[in-house]
Ligand binder design. Structure first.
Ligand code: COA
Ligand code: MG
Length: 301
């Protein structure tokens, strides 16, 4: 699966912001047709996004369109307008039931068949941001083979539940944790909530660190300033890669001598830590992070 560290949103009616995103070092660009676009600008946004998809040079960046939710009455026209631009993925917001993803999967299959394109080539990213969506996560995660990532929408969730959004985030911790756990269970990527304070880069970094610790693989961004912080936070550092490699090397040596558990630098090491170290190396490979010298023998993804 492709890395999705920073996923930068911008309103689909802003050609200027889409163009700007194409100059940034960012894994994914999400052109929005939903809540970032005023009602009067929906049609304008559809046309702007299609034009951008057809004419801008996105380079290696993933080209994602967030359409309006299934059931909004806008979703069919959104798809029809943007699919001719051949986006890499469609992000579906407010996903609450598997049926909504099945609708999107079927619509994409019909389009691909009509275009004689490979069926399944357009990915689906599901934004889960309502109480019902959190309750139904297990079924949502299994609804479509196109589904690659679950994105956690904290602001909408708190609005839906009737809680109060705080900097500490205890009000969303259960859901944020359930989402990343469900994603791991079904081998999907988990993408963390938006950080809405555009000027607090330290707070953003703290929240990224917490997300990494929880197992998130990326985070949504809403301003270019947030992008380098997020891209860096979700990339293993050379020191982390080296430490993971050293751990795995030691583990192999002890295994060969018949011990499954040993100490390294005064700390106990056993199989779970090796799996965590392997995840770091897999992530580094996926992101093409340059490796320290001796790459060998762990070609797992
Ligand atoms: N993507 C790409 N470029 C962006 C951007 C974004 N999300 N946000 C700002 N920029 C650009 C601006 O166009 C400006 O470029 P310019 O100097 O070439 O004109 C530059 O970055 C600096 O922008 P700034 O003046 O600091 O921000 P702003 O006041 O223009 O916009 C927001 C603030 C919040 C409206 C804007 O960041 C935004 O639209 N964010 C995305 C919101 C969104 O999509 N929400 C829905 C999903 S949660
Ligand atoms: Mg939302």
């Amino acid at each position: 699966m492709r890395p999705r560290r920073a996923m930068l949103f911008m309103p689909g009616d802003s050609e200027r912001k889409i163009a700007k995103a194409c100059t940034l070092q960012v894994d994914s660009i999400i052109m929005d047709l939903e809540d970032g676009v005023a009602w009067s600008q929906k049609q304008n946004a559809r046309e702007t996004v299609r034009r951008a998809l057809q004419t801008f040079d996105f380079g290696e960046r993933e080209r994602v369109v967030r359409i309006n939710p299934e059931g909004s009455g806008l979703e069919e026209d959104d798809l029809e307008a943007v699919l001719p631009g051949q986006p890499d993925a469609i992000a579906l917001p407010k996903v609450e039931t598997p049926a909504q993803l099945i609708w999107l999967d079927d619509a994409l299959t019909r389009w691909e068949t009509r275009q004689e394109a490979e069926v399944g080539s357009i990915a689906i990213l599901a934004i889960v941001e309502t109480a019902l969506g959190i309750v139904n996560l297990r079924e949502i995660a299994q609804a479509s083979r196109r589904l690659q990532a679950l994105l956690f929408g904290a602001e909408d969730l708190v609005g839906d539940i009737g809680g109060v959004r705080t900097a500490e985030g205890r009000e969303v911790f259960y859901a944020r944790s359930k989402l990343v756990t469900t994603a791991a269970a079904f081998r999907l990527q988990a993408i963390d909530q938006v950080f809405t304070d555009l000027h607090d880069l330290e707070g953003l970094e703290r929240e990224c660190r917490q997300a990494v610790q929880m197992g998130y693989q990326g985070k949504m961004a809403i301003h270019p300033r947030q992008v380098p912080v997020i891209q860096a936070a979700f990339s293993p550092t050379p020191a982390q890669i080296e430490a993971a490699r050293r751990l795995i090397d030691a583990y192999r040596q002890y295994q060969a001598r018949g011990s499954g558990v040993f100490t390294l630098d005064g700390k106990m090491v056993d199989a779970p830590m090796i799996r965590a170290a392997e995840q770091i190396l897999a992530r580094a490979r996926q992101q093409n992070v340059p490796h320290p010298e001796h790459e060998n023998g762990d070609g797992r993804e």
